[in-house]
Structure formats: C-alpha cells, structure tokens
Design a protein around this ligand. Structure first.
Ligand code: CA
Length: 532
C-alpha cells in the first residue's frame, strides 16, 4: 500500500472531479518514444555527473510537464527481449524471446493489437529488432535487424527502400509525416517512434560530430572498479572500457599499419571503401564520409604518436566513448523536441500522453564498463518519463518499483480497453493520476539468459526491493546481496555478512514466490542464445 504525498483533503476533492468528465472525454492519443541503450545517467532530468556538460533540454521537457520514474526497471536487460516484454506485457520465458537471436512470434497478443481492435490507429516507425514482421499495426516502417546509422534501409509491407540521411532524423521525419498526412484524423492513435541511437557503435549524425570536442567528460567514481567483494561474474565479463573496445568501430581509430587506409584517410576517403566496417557505418555517401573523416582527424592525430597504457588508456578511451555516445543522444533530444513542438503547434498536446523510455539502461563507465545485461542498477533501470496534461501533475517523480512489463497494461488502461489477464504487469495509472491509495508491488523479479553472447555476462536471476537486491548467478551458483542505501554503487556484496542474514532469507523466499507467481518453469534453461 502506498500513500502519495498529496494531502488528504486535496486528494479527496480531486478524486471527485475526474468521475464527472472521464466518460465523455476522448480517449488519449499515445506517443511512445523508445531509444536503444539510453542510460538514464545521460538524461539531465535525472541529474548526475553529465547533466551540465551534456544536458537534454527536450527530453527534460517531458519530465517538467509530467512524471519521472526513478526506479523504472526491465525484466531482462537486453534489446530484443525488452521489446518483446513491452509489446506482450509478459516475461521472456512466456513471450519466447530470451535473447537477441530469437525471432518474436508475432501471432501472440500484444497491446498494439488490442488498441487497434478497440478503435485506435496504430503505427511503428524505426527500430523493431524482433526478426519477424511487425503485427498489430496499421502502418509499419522499420529498420531491418539492427539497422544502419547512415542512409539506412527501411522495410514496409511494400518492401525495402534505402533512405538517404541520418537514422534518427529519418525516423523523426517519417513519424511527423505519419502524424500529419498518413493517419486518419477520426481515431485516437498509437505512434511508437523507436530510435536506433544510441546503440553501439555510437555513430554521430552530421550535426553533432564536433559536440563536446574540447570538453572533458566527468568520470564515474568507480571507473577503475577491481570487482572485489562480489561474485566472479563481475570479473569474468567482456565489456570493459579497458579491454573490450574494437579500436576502429568503437573508438573510431584508424589503423596506421594499413597503408591503403592511411591513404584513404589523407584523401578523406572518397575512392576506397571506408576503413571502418561498412555494416556499422552503412552506406555513407562521399559527402558524408568527408565530414566524418574530417571530424575524427583530430582524435586520430592525438593518438598517433603516443603510447597510452593502464589508467591513461582507460581515461582516453572513456573520453572517446562518452563523446560519441553523447553525440547520438543529442540527435534523440532534437527528435523529442520536434515531436513535442508538433503536438503544441497542432493542438494535440492536451489529449496525447507522451512516453519516453529505452529498451534498457547502459553503463557509461560505471564499474569500468559499457553495455548492459547485469542486474546492477545502471542496466536494471531504464529511463521512463511521461507527460499527459491535466492528468499527470507537472514536475512529479516516483520511486515506486516499476517494470517494462507495466507499459502494456498501462496503455490499455488509459485507452479504456479491458486488460488481457495473461499480461503480467500492473497499470501505472494510479501513480500517474496520483490516486490517494493504491496497491503496488514491493519486489521485482529479474532474469538474464544470453550467454556466452557478445560480452560473457553470466546468466542470472534475482529480486530487488526498494533497498536490497539479491542476485543468483546460475552457472557458477554464486550469490550476491546489495544494500543500496549503504552501497548505492553496488561495490560490495553483503551476502555472507551475518548482519544481513534475515534480509537475505527474506529475499530468498521472495525469489521463490516470484518465480511461482510469474510461472517460471522448473526446467527453464539456464542460458540461451549467442546474438549481439
Ligand atoms: Ca538495447
């Protein structure tokens, strides 16, 4: 049971008002803006060390107009599985997508299908990443697979087409075009605008190639984590800034030992193929490639004659990584601004709920890492912001334990569509509307499968409440327990600390109960998949 901060009398009065108007109000439009690997640490509305050097003024508008979720989490911190959870409202073991290598079974029920059956016009534009063609949408226009940053292909019912430009801008333009000219104006709509950025290899758009060029990005306090006092999984991963970057693709470093590439760089690479992998950089035009080479000339010159080692190398690679990552975030922030401005200019702002989220969080040097997968906070959590004028009070925040399982039930609820009883999440509406009293969960269940995969993160499951987190690594059979008040950066497991014995037992009991509650089979595979 949760009691919101609002006073009793005010709450009681406010509770009377929506009853009068709700039935006659038009159902809201829904714009769900979803990015790929967007760390909440890089959204200034969440505060943190990057808020001044790389603010996100447009994403912050959603927080200012509405609510910020401070403990929004995912059930399985990796791309395709998270997308399947959002659509189905079910855990990976029930929707079938445990890892990035699995194709989504589009015949199963999803919230867009239910909205469409109940009078909504539905569209998805941008990154899809579920293998099969989208189902449940009147209009779909998606990137095949991971998609390309420059001049990407888009796939529709009519086939595949290459579109010139930068992927974030194209996704935004296609979304605005759908809002303006494609959709019928007689129905409420669902638009899922899903960006490729900021996914690896963090390729900046032309407008932001020089953003942060001369800045020094603040480091996290645990950039040089030594993985002591934890299970072996934290040491055994392959996602460190120190050792696990690909120099060309991730750091944009040209290999001077390859003579043809040296010549290519000198000429700003017009005649030959790019020295960076084509599948990552896409089909850059000559003009785009010239801009790209020019922008990375300084980074390559700086590193050409020096040998960096140890902490110096980590620091240099951290700066390179963060600058590229934050450049892609800039394009997302521009996109959000364009959508919000369109809603205002077209009188759609008042009856549209706008949601900003990511498929999961990401490490921006915390624990010395990039990537995701672990149940530690940076990748267990994901950004979640919502505005809905008149229904969500501006500038609010909540620390309730929220899950990406909750997106589907929430959007069905606010569209006044009966819930699917097989969905496993909760409607967030009582939190959004600041109801006086509501039942809420006090614990979250998590399960990660993909192994060995790209980054050797050991499969694990666990439970978290508002203060404590229990993690069981499934192959090594090692355990961790964290106290997030005493140790917010999760640097020291207290699993074997006798002072935490009762807490540990309580969470172990929760873990078993949660697995029963969510129908996790006893023969569930420990690991699954090799996708990237
Ligand atoms: Ca992702």
């Amino acid at each position: 049971m949760s009691i919101p901060q609002r006073g009793l009398l005010l709450g009681a009065l406010a509770a009377l008002l929506p009853c009068i108007s709700a039935a006659s109000e038009a159902r809201p439009n829904i714009i769900f803006i979803y990015s790929d690997d967007h760390a909440f640490q890089s959204i200034s509305a969440y505060g943190g060390r990057l808020k001044d050097v790389a603010p996100t003024p447009n994403i912050d508008r959603i927080a200012r107009n509405g609510i910020r979720f401070d403990r929004a989490t995912v059930t399985n911190s990796i791309c395709a599985p998270a997308r399947a959870v959002v659509l189905t409202g079910k855990y990976s073991h029930l929707n079938g997508v445990r890892d990035n290598a699995t194709t989504f079974d589009g015949s199963q029920n999803t919230f867009p299908k239910m909205l469409r059956e109940n009078g909504y016009e539905t569209a998805i534009i941008g990154k899809w990443h579920l293998g099969s063609d989208p189902t449940g949408f009147d209009h779909w226009d998606v990137l095949p697979g991971q998609g390309l940053y420059y001049n990407p292909e888009f796939k529709t019912k009519a086939g595949i087409e290459t579109v010139p430009g930068y992927v974030t801008d194209i996704t935004t333009e296609k979304s605005l075009r759908w809002l303006e000219t494609v959709r019928g104006k007689d129905k409420p709509f669902l638009l899922m605008m899903q960006h490729k950025a900021p996914h690896r290899p963090w390729v900046s758009g032309p407008r932001h190639l020089y953003f942060l060029e001369d800045q020094t990005i603040p480091e996290p306090a645990n950039l040089f984590d030594r993985y002591e006092n934890r299970a072996s999984a934290a040491s055994n991963q392959a996602m460190t800034i120190a050792n696990d970057f690909r120099p060309r693709a991730d750091l944009k470093i040209y290999d001077p030992s390859e003579e043809t590439q040296r010549e290519d760089l000198k000429a700003y690479g017009v005649e030959n193929d790019t020295p960076w992998p084509k599948w990552m950089y896409g089909n850059m035009s000559d003009a785009q490639r010239r801009l790209w080479y020019a922008a990375y000339k300084k980074r390559n010159a700086d590193i050409a004659d020096v040998v960096l080692e140890g902490a110096d190398l980590v620091r240099w690679q951290y700066q390179a990584y963060l600058k590229d990552y934050l450049r892609t975030i800039r394009s997302i922030d521009d996109s959000v601004g364009e959508i919000l401005n369109y809603l205002i200019a077209n009188g759609l702002e008042d009856n549209t709920i706008v949601i900003y989220s990511s498929d999961q969080g990401f490490y921006l040097g915390e624990h010395g890492w990039y990537d995701k997968r672990f149940m530690y906070e940076e990748s267990f959590r994901t950004p979640l912001l919502m505005q809905w004028p008149g229904r969500i009070e501006p500038e609010t925040s909540t620390s309730e334990l929220v899950s990406n399982l909750d997106i589907a039930p929430t959007l069905l609820d606010i569209a006044r569509v009966d819930a699917d009883p097989h969905m496993q999440g909760l409607s967030l509406r009582p939190i959004l509307e600041n109801e006086l009293e509501y039942q809420w969960r006090d614990v979250l269940y998590y399960r990660y499968y993909e192994y060995p995969g790209s980054h050797l993160v050991e499969p694990h499951e666990g439970v978290a409440d508002k203060r404590f987190k229990l993690i069981h690594f499934l192959i090594s059979d090692e355990w961790e327990l964290f106290d997030l008040i005493e140790d917010p950066m999760e640097m020291r497991s207290v699993y074997d600390d006798p002072r935490y014995r009762d807490i540990r037992r309580n969470l172990e009991s929760h873990l078993e109960k949660q697995k029963k509650k969510f129908d996790v089979p006893s023969n569930e595979p420990l690991s699954s998949g090799f996708g990237t």
